[in-house]
Design a protein around this ligand. Structure first.
Ligand code: 0JX
Ligand code: SF4
Length: 318
């Protein structure tokens, strides 16, 4: 009996991909909090936007809730990597809850910039996606009315501040680098005096992952991005690939892949959002290996060495 030969599939795997320093730190904070305080440890919002990560931590004793009033008295609570409005730690203190803040230090940096600009009397134009927890958290650093959200070039064209000379902009950390450039160019054309953040608020991990996709997209017939639909940085990676003319799909797990998407594909690009663990990349490669004879190559456009310190009180437990 002759075995049927599996079709060949070339895999180009983008690097950097997957976990960033802020995600590593946030997950570690939950793990160390469980070690230190014992289960359960409550987490306000998904610690990062990834079901596999959340389910794994649930298995270790984490309980995920959306709001602080769902946290019972006497148990510690961790705030997610995306950051929280000032009212959240304030409420936790009022209730005497022990809390650990897993907000990424690069998100906290934007929070401090917002506070500083407001103290200088500036109105802030915030470029971001409405309803995203990072946007809600950053808006919650300043008094109501101190910041205006804009999402698109069209918003930048119509925004009209009270004082044209006293404005600044800040951005969400996980935006499309290219879209944001267009929005910023529009703002700078209309308001010559607008103050810009230095360096950009879009974080190193977001821009490195987008650059890595750009580097391989043109060589690929299709791309797969591992990440969740509510993960802003992951969704941006799909858009980057599509803009390069490469059909792309966001999948959470290998099992989500519809093999029909690979019809006629000889070279497939793979990447993972900042909240997607490497184990899910390996799971996908393994599934592809069941159907194809794969030849795998990593294309590295940048090497990341950044890591963030743990909050005080947890360092000792690390
Ligand atoms: O939706 P986001 O990309 O902001 O978050 P996710 O997918 O959890 O990524 C890690 C946390 C990023 C915060 O900036
Ligand atoms: Fe921090 Fe950037 Fe990672 Fe967000 S994507 S957690 S800002 S390093």
């Amino acid at each position: 009996m002759t075995m049927l030969q599996k079709p060949a599939l070339e895999l180009l795997i983008a690097a950097p991909r997957g976990f960033c320093a802020g995600v590593d730190r946030a997950i570690r904070i939950v793990e160390l909090a469980i070690e230190k305080h014992g289960a359960p440890v409550y987490v306000r919002h998904e610690i990062v936007h990834n079901k596999y990560v959340v389910d794994t931590l649930k298995g270790q004793g984490a309980v995920f809730v959306e709001e602080l009033d769902q946290v019972p008295e006497g148990v510690p609570v961790v705030f997610s990597a995306h950051g929280v409005p000032k009212s959240v730690p304030a409420n936790a203190e009022d209730r005497g809850l022990t809390y650990l803040d897993a907000t990424c230090p690069l998100v906290s940096k934007v929070h401090r910039q917002a506070e500083r600009l407001v103290a200088q009397g500036k109105h802030i134009v915030f470029i971001g996606h409405a309803g995203h927890p990072e946007v809600i958290g950053t808006f919650g650093q300043v008094p109501p009315g101190a910041m205006t959200l804009i999402e698109t070039v069209a918003d930048a064209e119509t925004f009209m501040p009270q004082d044209l000379t006293n404005i600044a902009f800040l951005t969400q950390t996980t935006l499309s680098v290219d879209d944001t450039r267009d929005v910023v160019t529009t703002l700078q054309r209309r308001f010559a005096a607008i103050q810009a953040p230095r360096p950009d608020d879009i974080c190193y991990a977001t821009s490195n992952r987008q650059n890595a996709v750009k580097a391989i997209a043109a060589m690929c017939d299709a791309m797969l991005v591992i990440g969740a639909p509510n993960s802003s940085n992951s969704v941006r990676l799909v858009e980057v690939a599509e803009r390069e003319g490469t059909p792309a799909r966001l999948i959470q797990r290998a099992a989500d892949l519809d093999l029909a998407f690979l019809a006629g594909v000889g070279t497939l690009g793979i990447t993972a959002g900042a909240s997607a663990p490497e184990v899910l990349v390996r799971e996908l490669v393994a599934r592809l290996g069941e159907h194809f004879t794969i030849n795998e190559r990593e294309v590295e456009t940048n090497r990341e060495t950044i890591s963030f310190k743990l909050p005080r009180g947890l360092e000792a437990a690390a």
